[in-house]
Design a protein around this ligand. Structure first.
Ligand code: ATP
Length: 242
């Protein structure tokens, strides 16, 4: 008999008792101290907290760049702690996009070619021109990074990250190097991607006002979660001031 029960939908991430200790003995640094967290699929989530509170450590573990010391991390229904290094590499390649503070574009390649570097090895990518169109740079495909402003370079980096159609997009200080007006245009692009492609977006930032555009805000302190706030009303990135 065919299974007619509705398909179960999983959160993007379920994290239970996650700890991360760097180093050993008296030099040990407890970066995460038993984090429990659920990130629903399709949300735009902002992670705030003081420097050194463990935000990047968490991002690196759920992004498949590092492993926790103890505890469990599930991506959908898959236990990431049990993945082999090969499986983690596949997870990063097939499901994850990263955007960093500094855009890490290849200076000798055009915007189009920077995006194509990723689409050439992805499973079912977008056309690089479509990805550039999505970030409002369809008319700048032939320009080199040096011919683009900081905000435009960051938008190329976002196009490169989303062109492989990732399930989750991790952004570590995406507006950290930008003035506030330019930063707002980058946040607007991230919101569009979340809404149009249904990509789960996680933004780590020191710009606390960014929280106003999120579905969910996670406040981090001293290796743990201090508070999780669900926003009943959200602001448009255009209206955010910092
Ligand atoms: N590779 C490492 N080896 C040793 N300690 C580390 C390493 N990476 C991070 N740490 C330490 O772990 C703690 C958490 O660092 P993490 O980078 O996750 O904080 P953060 O909240 O992202 O900070 P920031 O906002 O400054 O980027 C800090 O005390 C940091 O010094």
């Amino acid at each position: 008999m065919p299974d007619e029960s509705p398909k179960k939908t999983f959160p993007a991430f379920s994290i239970k008792g996650l700890t991360k200790v760097y180093g050993e003995g008296p030099a040990a640094v407890h970066a995460l101290r038993g984090v429990d967290l659920e990130i629903p699929a399709g949300e735009l989530v902002v992670l705030l907290g003081p420097s050194g509170s463990g935000k990047s450590t968490l991002l690196n573990i759920i992004g498949g760049l590092d492993r926790g010391t103890k505890g469990a991390v599930f991506f959908q229904d898959q236990d990431m702690s049990a993945m082999t290094d090969r499986a983690l590499t596949r997870y990063r390649r097939d499901y994850v996009g990263f955007v960093f503070q500094f855009y890490n574009l290849m200076p000798s390649l055009t915007a189009y070619e920077n995006v194509a570097l990723v689409t050439e090895i992805a499973r079912s990518p977008m056309d690089p021109n479509d990805a550039l169109g999505l970030v409002g740079l369809g008319n700048r495909a032939d320009h080199f990074p040096s011919q683009l402003s900081g905000g435009e370079q960051q938008r190329v980096a976002i196009a490169r990250a989303v062109a492989k159609k990732p399930t989750v997009l991790f952004c570590d200080e995406p507006t950290g190097a930008l003035d506030s007006a330019t930063g707002r245009s980058v946040l607007k692009v991230l919101k569009n991607i979340n809404e149009e492609l249904k990509t789960t977006v996680l933004i780590v930032t020191h710009a606390a006002a960014t929280a106003d555009m999120a579905d969910r805000v996670i406040h981090f302190a001293d290796g743990g979660i201090r508070e999780v706030v669900e926003n009943k009303t959200k602001r448009n990135p255009e209206d955010i001031q910092w």
